[in-house]
Design a protein. Structure first.
Length: 132
């Protein structure tokens, strides 16, 4: 039988060098990358839901910031403009209109993991019930 070559962590295959580092414990970069993959998945879920459910006649959501005070890592905002638009947005999202974290506003919020969809209106323009 042919002799078995010694174990070598580097193998040359068709002008490509492959390094076999084996399994190593997760480090901080691995944790960060895993978290980013989670955010990517949440953004994909939000995009798919918006495409399937958001009516074209309602004000369109816009990316407003990379972190929201509500704990989301990404936020999509809808400035409703009128009580009826906020009412319909809340119905489409399947949530109630509630007092917002900003004192002079009311909002309807839906979360897709770490992505927040928030439709809002100035409280003095709201004519309906407010959930707390």
């Amino acid at each position: 039988p042919a002799p078995v070559p010694p174990s070598n962590p580097t193998t040359e295959v068709a002008d490509v060098t492959i390094h076999d580092e084996g399994i190593r414990p997760a480090d901080a970069v691995d944790v960060t990358v895993a978290g980013l993959h989670g955010v990517q998945r949440d953004l994909g879920e939000a995009c798919t839901w918006l495409r399937a459910n958001w009516p074209a006649h309602l004000p369109q959501p816009v990316v407003s910031r990379a972190w929201s005070g509500g704990g989301a890592l990404a936020a999509l905002e809808v400035q409703a403009g009128q009580a009826e638009a906020l009412r319909e947005a809340a119905e489409v999202m399947g949530v109630d209109v509630a007092a917002d974290r900003l004192p002079s506003y009311v909002a309807a919020c839906r979360y897709f993991g770490r992505v927040e969809l928030r439709a809002w209106l100035e409280a003095d323009r709201w004519d309906g019930e407010v959930a707390f």
